[in-house]
Each structure stands twice: as structure tokens, then as C-alpha cells.
Design a protein around this ligand. Structure first.
Ligand SMILES: [Zn+2]
Ligand SMILES: [Zn+2]
Length: 156
């Protein structure tokens, strides 16, 4: 299995992934906007078991309790940039969300396949990807694709 190194902008947070992302998309929610200090986030989702996590003292985790599912968002303690998020969904394996730009091996990144929380957008996206508006519709589109990827991905 090939392992690819990932890192935050400044390089302090180092971790690696050993399998391609399950899903990649753009999230326009206000939490992502605030967390990334950007109009939207380009995120890739990996199976938790495919990720070797960064050293705990390099990341400051923050829990966003208002949003189900349980999300832990980790920022680099040095550059303060988003580094890694851990998502625990009921009845599913742990999912890890990584800013797509952190993954240095393009082969592990599929093309983005959707926009979610598009009703929160700051600017219109100039592409033909499906755009989901509203909380439920966004969550549903995302979960359905994630589940599909998990089911078809097989077992390592
Ligand atoms: Zn950093
Ligand atoms: Zn978001």
C-alpha cells in the first residue's frame, strides 16, 4: 500500500493517508467559511482507518456541538490553519475530513463531485456540479454519496 504524506500550510502538522479519498466536494456552510476564512472549503473525505493521525500536540481540536454529526475540527497550533477533522457518524466507520490542498498526491484525490450548503454561498460557483441547498438536502446528498463510496470501496 502506498502512503502519502499530508501537511498543513506551514508543515507543522504531518500525517498520512494510505488510500484514495471516498468523496471530495465543496462545502459552503458558515462553519467552513469561518474555519477556513474562505468563501467555501474544498474538502476530501477519507476512511479513518486509512489515516495515520498527526501527533496530538500539533493540532488543537475544537468541538462544534451545534452540528450533528459529532465533528472535531483540528487546527495547526503553529499556523492556525485547518488541518484535519474527525467525524463520528452513527453506525458508520470514523470519517476524516482533510482540506484537499493538504493532500500532496493528486492520484488520491477524485474530482470534486458536488457543492453542499450552497444556500450559504458567498459567490456563485462557475461549474456544472450538482448544488445542494438547505441543511437536510445537503446532509442527505453528502451522506448518500459517502455511504455509496463506503459500500463500493470494499474491504482492505
Ligand atoms: Zn501549520
Ligand atoms: Zn461546511
Amino acid at each position: 500500500m502506498t502512503t502519502t504524506r499530508c501537511q498543513c500550510n506551514c508543515g507543522h502538522v504531518q500525517f498520512s493517508v494510505s488510500a484514495p479519498a471516498l468523496l471530495r466536494g465543496y462545502c459552503h456552510c458558515t462553519i467552513c467559511q469561518a474555519f477556513n476564512k474562505a468563501p467555501f472549503a474544498d474538502i476530501s473525505l477519507f476512511r479513518g482507518s486509512d489515516v495515520s493521525f498527526p501527533a496530538p500536540d500539533t493540532v488543537a481540536y475544537q468541538a462544534y456541538k451545534k452540528t450533528p454529526p459529532a465533528v472535531q475540527r483540528g487546527k495547526c497550533v503553529v499556523c492556525g490553519e485547518p488541518a484535519i477533522e474527525r467525524l463520528k457518524l452513527p453506525l458508520m466507520p470514523e470519517i476524516v475530513v482533510i482540506p484537499s490542498e493538504s493532500v500532496k498526491e493528486a492520484a488520491l484525490l477524485p474530482d470534486p463531485s458536488l457543492h453542499i450548503f450552497y444556500h450559504r454561498r458567498v459567490a456563485d460557483a462557475q461549474d456544472s456540479l450538482p448544488k445542494y441547498e438547505g441543511f437536510l438536502s445537503s446532509q442527505w446528498a453528502f451522506s448518500r454519496r459517502l455511504l455509496g463510496a463506503l459500500m463500493s470501496g470494499g474491504r482492505a
